[in-house]
Write a protein that binds this ligand. Structure first.
Ligand code: AP5
Length: 218
C-alpha cells in the first residue's frame, strides 16, 4: 500500500481534491465521511462523534485509529490511498507511522493545502452535500446543475451542521492548535509539498496531478 495525505484547514478543499483523485486511481479515505456515516446509522461511535463534530471538536485518537486500521487492513499491495482528514493530531501521525512499518506501507507525500481563513468561511458557508452519494458542491464555486439537487443522482443537497460560522471558527482554532503542528513533523521527514489551495478547483487538481506524476517518475 502507498499513501498520500491531504493536510489542511477545514474547507481548504481536501475532500474535493480527494474525490477527483479517486477518479485517477486513488482510493479515497475520509475519516469525516466515515464518522458521518456512523452518525447516520446511530452506531455507538456515531453517537460519540455526533456531539464532538457538532461542537467543532476532534474525535478521540483511539476511535479514529480503530476506523483507519479497519478500513485499510485488507488493502492490496499496490493500492494507492489518499487520506482526507487523517491524521489530525501528532498521536495519530505517530501511530500511522507505526502502522506503515507493521504493514509495509509507504507514505509518499503529504500535500499541505494553504488557504486563508476568510476564504474558508466563504467556502464552508456555501458548501452543499448530497444526502445520498456525498458529492460536494458550492453554491457559487461549484454549483449543481439545478439548485438544491445533486447533479449525479438527483437527491437532495444539505448543509452540514458544522458549517455554521461559529463552529467553522472553532474548527479553525482546533486545526491551528492540534493539526497544523503536523506540517513541521512531516517537513522533518521530507514529505511535504505545499499547494496554493486558493486557486480554482481545476488548477489545484492539475497542480497535484503534475506533482504526483513527477513523483512516480523519480
Ligand atoms: P471532515 O469532514 O474531515 O472536515 P474538515 O477537515 O473540517 O474538512 P471539510 O470536509 O470541512 O473541508 P475540506 O477541506 O474537505 O473541503 P471541501 O473539499 O469539502 O471532519 C469533520 C469532523 O469530523 C471534524 O471536525 C472532527 O470532529 C471529525 N474528524 C474527522 N477526522 C478526524 C480525525 N482524523 N481525528 C479526529 N476527529 C476527526 O471544500 C469546501 C467547500 O469549498 C465545498 O463547497 C467545495 O465545493 C468548495 N471548494 C473546494 N475547493 C475549492 C476551490 N479550490 N475553489 C473554490 N471552492 C472550492
Amino acid at each position: 500500500m502507498r499513501a498520500i495525505i491531504l493536510l489542511g484547514p477545514p474547507g481548504a478543499g481536501k475532500g474535493t481534491l480527494a474525490a477527483a483523485l479517486s477518479e485517477n486511481g486513488y482510493t479515497h479515505v475520509s475519516t469525516g465521511d466515515m464518522l458521518r456515516e456512523a452518525i447516520e446509522q446511530q452506531t455507538e461511535l456515531g453517537k460519540i462523534a455526533e456531539k464532538r463534530i457538532g461542537d467543532g471538536l476532534l474525535v478521540s485518537d483511539e476511535l479514529i485509529m480503530q476506523l483507519i486500521e479497519k478500513r485499510v487492513s485488507d488493502a492490496a499491495v499496490d493500492e494507492q490511498f489518499v487520506f482526507d482528514g487523517f491524521p489530525r493530531t501528532l498521536v495519530q501521525a505517530e501511530l500511522f507511522d507505526l502502522f506503515c512499518v507493521r504493514s509495509h506501507a509507504e507514505l509518499m507525500h503529504v500535500l499541505v493545502l494553504d488557504c486563508d481563513d476568510d476564504i474558508i468561511v466563504q467556502r464552508l458557508s456555501g458548501r452543499r452535500v448530497c444526502r445520498s452519494c456525498g458529492a460536494v458542491y458550492h453554491v457559487m464555486y461549484n454549483p449543481p446543475a439545478k439548485p438544491g439537487e445533486c447533479s449525479r443522482d438527483q437527491c437532495d443537497l444539505y448543509q452540514r451542521v458544522d458549517d455554521e460560522e461559529d463552529t467553522i471558527r472553532r474548527r479553525l482554532h482546533v486545526y491551528a492548535e492540534q493539526t497544523a503542528p503536523l506540517i513541521a513533523y512531516y517537513e522533518q521527514k521530507g514529505k511535504v509539498f505545499r499547494i496554493n489551495a486558493e486557486q480554482e478547483i481545476q488548477q489545484c487538481l492539475d497542480t497535484v496531478l503534475t506533482l504526483l506524476r513527477k513523483g512516480d517518475n523519480q
